[in-house]
Write a protein that binds this ligand. Structure first.
Ligand code: KG4
Ligand code: ZN
Length: 366
């Protein structure tokens, strides 16, 4: 299939049920989003301090046909106007992934459409091509509640991972620290707001793994440092004052963004050593919304004369437009799945680099 045309995308690998309709351009980058519907499950999991996989899977199963109907209606199309179905086939919480894959298979079989399974991380990693027509190879930092890795993106199915977190993802760290300070979820925006009022130098939190070479990172120690500082204040003063909270948030955000920015500098140097004609540093994932992180990455890119691409926040967070787009690029290479397509809880984008171990609150790390 050379010109994939109009793609219906489905996403259900974590806590967002999403469907989108997208019209591919010439298959060489760029596309038109005709609709992009996302139902978040935040309220469903709020009481549990993390995503409950069984609840997530049931909610996806209930909502998928609704989001598909809405996405088609918002695009002004019915299935007759769709040329192919793309679906997240992993990595993620397996119940949700199965729900999406089964739904996509049903649509593909019923409407006699080509089917393509997409790696969720590839969806994030290819978003800079969807939004900004970026040329291969580019460097992307995926940084969200469930993911944190540097990838050199060489093609729609060719990725080299050159580093990532060995424990928590940064969004997870933001969320946990917000909880420790009694701030609302998601923690990232709450901490960023508090941090604006605070002094980042009153507390000196660690910058983990900066003393070690390479681009791997660790964020779990930061929440321990914050917990210790909070407990000391509480035992000294009997509680936290407004300015204490703001200073703790500012110190935490400064430490986290220092680590991300320094490791990005190293990743960028590795990527630039490969001499891309028009070098690009891109970012994707919910934490890309953070102004301190964004500004730090932008500065690094400027210093190295690389372009900096940060897609709009609604395309950085989980959505199905990115899945439709990645599916469209894969279809244009001739790739195709059939009704044997399997849902995969783990699916590293880079099959050669050593796997990162562990699971986060949002499922297996890839
Ligand atoms: O990409 P995303 O919507 O979902 C996945 O994790 O896959 O990212 C959500 C994460 C949450 O952990 C949230 O706290 C974080 O992104 N986040 C932020 C900000 N906005 C969202 N972190 C820091 N600063 C922000 N402004
Ligand atoms: Zn994601």
């Amino acid at each position: 299939m050379q010109a994939p045309g109009t793609i219906l995308g489905l996403e259900s690998s974590c806590d967002d049920t999403a469907a989108a309709v997208l019209h591919m351009g010439d298959g060489k980058g760029g596309a038109e989003i005709l609709s992009n519907i996302v139902y978040g499950q935040g309220n469903l999991h709020a009481a549990y301090g993390g995503v409950v996989p069984e609840l997530a899977a049931r909610a996806h199963a209930e909502k998928l046909d609704i989001v598909v109907t809405e996405a088609l209606a918002a695009a002004g199309l019915d299935l007759g106007g769709i040329d192919a179905v793309a679906v997240t086939a992993g990595p993620g919480l397996i119940g949700g992934v199965i729900s999406g894959v089964m739904c996509a298979k049903g649509i593909a079989a019923g409407a006699d459409l080509p089917l393509i399974g997409v790696n969720h991380l590839a969806g994030h990693a290819l978003t800079p091509r969807l939004t900004d027509d970026v040329e291969y190879p580019y460097l992307v930092l995926l940084v969200s509640g469930g993911h944190c890795q540097f990838l050199i993106v060489r093609g729609c199915d060719s990725f080299t991972r050159i580093g990532g977190t060995i424990d928590d993802a940064p969004g997870e760290a933001f969320d946990k620290c917000a909880r420790l300070l009694g701030l609302p979820q998601p923690g990232g925006p709450s901490i960023e707001t508090e941090a604006r009022l605070g002094n980042p130098r009153r507390f000196r939190f660690p910058r983990p793994m900066l003393d070690r070479p390479g681009c791997d990172m660790s964020f779990s120690g930061l929440k321990t440092a914050l917990l210790r500082a909070r407990n000391e204040l509480v035992s000294e003063q009997g509680g936290l004052r407004r300015e204490d909270r703001a200073d703790l948030c500012a110190a935490f955000q400064a430490a986290l963004s220092d680590v991300l920015v320094e490791k990005t500098r190293r990743a960028l140097d590795l990527y630039l050593a490969e001499s891309a004609a028009r070098p690009v540093l891109a970012v994707a994932g919910g934490v890309a919304a953070n102004a301190a992180v964004r500004d730090g990455l932008n500065t690094i890119a400027n210093q190295r004369s690389a372009a900096f691409v940060a897609p709009p926040v609604q395309l950085c967070t989980d959505n199905a437009a990115m899945i439709a787009y990645a599916g469209g690029e894969l279809l244009a290479t001739g790739a195709r799945d059939d009704l044997t397509l399997a849902a995969r809880p783990r699916w590293p984008l880079d099959q050669i680099s050593p796997a990162m171990l562990g699971t986060g609150k949002k499922g297996a790390k890839a």
